[in-house]
Design a protein around this ligand. Structure first.
Ligand code: KIV
Ligand code: ZN
Length: 515
């Protein structure tokens, strides 16, 4: 009988800890619904004690996403554990994930606790979690830099207190595959009790996927992963890589089954990229836009003769052939709404109206609108319509070139009130951002700018992602248009809107509560 490899997705928790990502409740819900469609087993929806926003997001996911088990992260403090369960308790099934640092570096510089205190906290936190649910995960943070004997003592304490999953975090990405695999094997052999072993590998040395697979080979039956490999610093093991490695090299993982609908991988990746503002590198394994592109004549010849000559994955099996044309300029509102529904984009009310208006505008300039274009339009509009009143983009006029100073005039509205401003800049994009600053009165520094095209072709939509910073807040925004200057202005305004919302919620995670 095949054993299930549990896919524990932590995009909404560890992934959201990537610098500059701040997802609001609506965005977390949208990603969680897509993760459920993808068929992951667990969704770690957040760290409820970190902020009110995170608490509400975990609660919203727990209440309305069905299929996967919903997990929340918690420190060992009793109050944290209770708060975590408060957010999770309406889920069909909920898991509390309790963690505490165990490495000398963390214990000395962060926790300021002795080994005896860490053991005591582990026991108390896990036992409290078990009073709420019989699905409790325990993680010794920075496990790979923790002295082995002490870590074994902590793990046995956690199992004895009721932990049902032991997660081994390579928090700083220090592991090497054979070493990490040996650690998992040692734990499996020496910790007594009924538990599942899990991997949680960071990518500081580019080894997160390899280390996770070594863990599976050594007996781990849960992998903690993030879509597009998001996560702290260099990120976590990428969900799509681990899943496809196990599927494609089933010979190396005999008797293991993964319950993911791989056809949803590309769409999940695009959605996460858009909502987080983290673009996917072109040559990213499995979900990169070039993952199935063949450049040299010899390769093209081979693939045309037979796909297997240079491809080990069928592009359709990971949803990478979903670029078909779905709508054109003559398509009406019904066709638009039906198409969104068919491709799994659930948009209603104001967001649907706004997305339809944008679709019509773009269809006038671009003959064929593809599934990927639609996702980009809807993602941009949902981001702006989702919550409190924000600025709406009305018009942009720019002049530039090699003669004269580039200028921009922008018109925005907020709660029906129109504001117009003009500015000069180093270029048309710079002038547009400055005009938006003047029109909205929101001062922020542009820290990152990235432009790509949604699909190929001369009339492709430009997809711009920006990051802006104001004081302690850093947020991203995105915009799409056939014109990259307009897409840039939209992305900048989108980021301004998020900044206004984040500042209003004052949603900054207290540093001492951040794992
Ligand atoms: O990397 C890490 O150690 C974590 C834990 C909280 C599991 O994310
Ligand atoms: Zn982590």
């Amino acid at each position: 009988m095949a054993e299930r490899l549990i896919i524990f997705d932590t995009t909404l928790r560890d992934g959201e800890q990537s610098p500059g990502i701040s997802l609001d409740v609506a965005e977390k819900l949208e990603i969680a619904e897509q993760l459920a469609r993808l068929g992951v087993d667990y969704i770690e929806a957040g760290f409820p004690v970190a902020s009110q926003g995170d608490f509400e997001a975990v609660q919203a996911v727990a209440r309305s996403v069905h299929g996967p088990v919903i997990a929340g992260l918690s420190r060992t403090h009793i109050a944290d554990v209770d708060r975590c369960w408060e957010a999770l308790k309406d889920a069909d099934r909920g898991r509390i994930h309790v963690f505490i640092s165990t490495s000398p570096q963390h214990m000395e510089h962060m926790l300021k606790m002795t080994e005896a205190q860490v053991l005591e906290q582990t026991k108390a936190g896990v036992a409290r979690a078990r009073e709420h649910t019989d699905d409790v995960e325990f993680s010794p943070q920075d496990a790979t830099r923790t002295p082995l004997d002490f870590m074994m003592e902590v793990l046995q304490t956690a199992v004895d207190a009721g932990a049902t999953t032991l997660n081994i975090p390579d928090t700083v990405g220090y592991g090497i595959p054979w070493d990490f695999g040996a650690l998992i094997q040692y734990i499996r052999r020496n910790i007594k009790g009924d538990y599942i072993t899990s991997t949680h590998c960071h990518n500081d040395l580019g080894l997160a996927t390899a280390n996770s697979l070594a863990g599976v080979q050594a007996g781990a039956r849960q992998v903690e992963v993030c879509v597009n490999g998001l996560g702290e610093r260099a990120g976590n093991a990428a969900l799509e890589e681990v899943v496809m490695a196990v599927r494609i090299r089933a010979d190396q993982f005999p008797e293991i089954e993964v319950g993911v609908n791989t056809e949803e991988l590309a769409r999940t990746s695009r959605l996460v990229a858009r909502l987080t503002g983290y673009p996917v590198q072109y040559n990213k394994a499995v979900v990169g836009r070039n993952a199935f592109a063949h450049e040299s004549g010899i390769h093209q010849h081979g693939v045309l003769a037979d796909r297997s000559t240079y491809e080990i994955i069928d592009a359709e099996s990971v949803g990478q052939q979903g670029r078909q044309i779905v709508l054109g300029k003559h398509s009406g509102r019904h066709a638009f709404a039906d198409t969104l529904k068919r491709i799994g984009l659930h948009v209603q009310g104001d967001a649907l109206n706004a997305a339809f208006v944008r679709f019509k505008e773009l269809a006038d300039r671009k003959v064929e609108i593809t599934e990927a274009d639609l996702e980009a339009i809807v993602a941009e509009e949902i981001g702006d319509v989702a919550s409190e009143p924000t600025f709406t983009f009305e018009a942009l006029e720019v002049t530039g070139g090699t003669v004269g100073v580039p200028r921009a005039r922008v018109v925005v509205t907020r709660s029906g009130e129109k504001t117009e401003a003009s500015a000069e800049g180093d270029g048309m994009i710079d002038a547009s951002c400055k005009a938006i600053k003047a029109a909205t009165g929101v001062d922020a520094k542009l820290t990152d700018f990235n432009v790509s095209s949604v699909t190929g072709g001369i009339d492709a939509l430009g997809d711009v992602v920006v990051q802006i910073e104001a004081g302690e807040f850093r947020v991203s925004g995105r915009g799409v248009s056939t014109d990259v200057v307009e897409a840039s202005a939209r992305a900048y305004l989108n980021a301004v809107n998020r900044l206004v919302r984040v500042q209003a919620r004052n949603e900054v995670k207290p540093p001492e509560a951040t794992p």
